[in-house]
Ligand binder design. Structure first.
Ligand code: NAD
Ligand code: MG
Length: 360
């Protein structure tokens, strides 16, 4: 029942294991580590600890567990300090292993703690949100936020393994499931036309028999992109392609204040805007834009801003986005449904018009 996929990064390669229930596989890994004389600690959040008490007990029963407050604010210097102190209190040495059981917040924070504690200890991802299963648990980006902005401090630190049990998603709030679907749809759009067509033919829900296969497909695509450009240094394409819709999305999140839109919701509107930009550049037609919006809408995602936003701050935020190099507006555009490319020197007027068309 458990299937596996390898992220091939030479000495940093690791398996991603998939199943409806991954608890036994996690337990086996924990037991193997302990048998080898290595200590195991766990970081999770309170929502998980409440909603998945039994599963966490099966996976980690007997190991020290730090339960943090849920929410983006947890990705902070203060909470990083708590995780590091927790590791020290339990006398974790270079052979110790940290398991992150939770969404992207816990994965990013605990991963960064594992990257920096004793200059790096082993860590494992047990993602529990759709977004973390298809996106944040794979690829080795870890980090925290500063007051000045999101993800400003971090490290590349690949996990030793990723355990994905899609059965955990039954307790995830529907709005969070939809937010994860934005990254799934993004994945289809940027590199998997058949996945996009599948989502178009049949809306994916937490009950869908295809859920596990879809998650796996997203991980496979991300793994391939990461294998080719682990540290996001490619001049064109590479990991930056995973930011399709994100330049617009980040601007929306920044201008509205984080939390007003979930990240996936902002990305959904961003995908609609990126589709319109790609249309203006002559790559796709109105029919394709409509198909993209229909798939987003079918998956309970917005394609227009809930309330109009002033254009000027949105454009300023986009110019400041870290994916924008040397002043020229740089975007990930769609060449067709399933094929994305990075493109620099985009006339800001086109981006502005695209923003206006999604409600700015
Ligand atoms: P999250 O971690 O905040 O989880 C969303 C909510 O769901 C939280 O309230 C959480 O407590 C709850 N939850 C999680 N699993 C649950 C379950 N099975 N049942 C019930 N409730 C559950 O959010 P997220 O969307 O998973 O992650 C967002 C974070 O991921 C952001 O900080 C973002 O920057 C980061 N991210 C990182 C990468 C990367 O490559 N490292 C990629 C994308 C996003
Ligand atoms: Mg994202």
């Amino acid at each position: 029942m458990i299937e596996s996929l390898t992220v091939n990064l030479g000495a940093r390669s690791y398996p991603i294991q998939f199943g409806v229930n991954a608890a036994a596989a996690v337990r086996a890994e924990v037991d193997a580590l302990i048998t080898a004389g290595r200590k195991v600690v766990v970081v999770t959040d309170r929502n998980l600890a409440n909603a998945q008490r039994d599963t966490l007990e099966t996976m980690f029963g007997g190991q020290p567990m730090l339960v943090l407050e849920p929410g983006e604010e947890t990705k902070s210097l203060t909470e990083l300090g708590r995780v590091l102190d927790f590791l020290a209190e339990h006398r974790i040495d270079r052979g110790g292993a940290l398991f992150a059981a939770g969404g992207g917040v816990i994965g990013d924070l605990a991963g960064f703690a594992a990257a920096s504690y004793l200059r790096g200890i082993a860590f494992y991802q047990v993602p529990t949100t759709l977004l973390s299963m298809v996106d944040s648990s794979v690829g080795g980006k870890t980090g925290i936020n500063l007051k000045a902005g999101k993800n400003l401090v971090g490290a590349f630190h690949q996990p030793k393994g990723v355990f994905i049990g899609t059965g955990l998603l039954t307790t995830l709030p529907p709005r969070e499931f939809a937010a994860g679907m934005a990254e799934v749809i993004k994945t289809g759009l940027l590199g998997d036309a058949a996945l996009f067509a599948q989502l178009e033919a049949k809306t994916l829900t937490v009950e869908s028999a295809e859920l596990g296969a879809v998650v796996r497909r997203c991980c496979a695509l991300k793994a391939g992109v990461v294998e080719a450009d682990e540290h996001e240094t490619a001049k064109e394409g590479g990991r930056a392609l995973l930011n399709l819709g994100h330049t617009f999305g980040h601007a929306i999140e920044q201008v509205t204040g984080y939390g007003h839109y979930l990240h996936g919701e902002a990305v959904a509107i961003g995908l609609a805007a990126a589709a319109r930009l790609s249309q203006k550049l002559g790559y796709i037609g109105a029919v394709e834009v409509a198909r993209i919006e229909a798939v987003l809408t079918a998956h309970a995602l917005p394609v227009k801003l809930r309330e109009a936003l002033p254009l000027a701050p949105l454009m300023t935020a986009m110019a400041r986005d870290k994916k924008v190099r040397a002043g020229a507006l740089r975007f990930v555009v769609l060449k067709s449904l399933g094929v994305a490319a990075t493109q620099g020197d985009i006339d800001p007027k086109l981006a502005e018009e695209s923003f206006r068309e999604v409600g700015a």
